[in-house]
Design a protein around this ligand. Sequence first.
Ligand SMILES: [Zn+2]
Length: 109
Amino acid sequence: MDYLERKKLQEELKDIGYKQEMLDSWQPKVDLYWHKDVISATGGDIIKPKGSVLRNQPGDPATLANLGRRGALSFPPSETCVCKHCQLESKENELPRDKSGKFVSSKTE
Ligand SMILES: [Zn+2]
């Protein structure tokens, strides 16, 4: 991989939600987690719900970028996930607000 390809891939992985170091520490085989519901091509059926695991995938950066674009990342989705799929979803389901319009946190600290 030449410098420009590497740079481009790194930008893309970062955009998807991966950390910068990832490109130098990838594993040959990884388990990936869906960060969105995967809908069947023929209709509205959810074939893989968000959070389900995609086992034993090639872990090279090019494959991770490719699968990452489709919603599968090497860490599980969470409330605080910053990947673009989770971000998009949290934008779609606006956070609940109380009567005064303030955000209501579901976390108890
Ligand atoms: Zn996510």
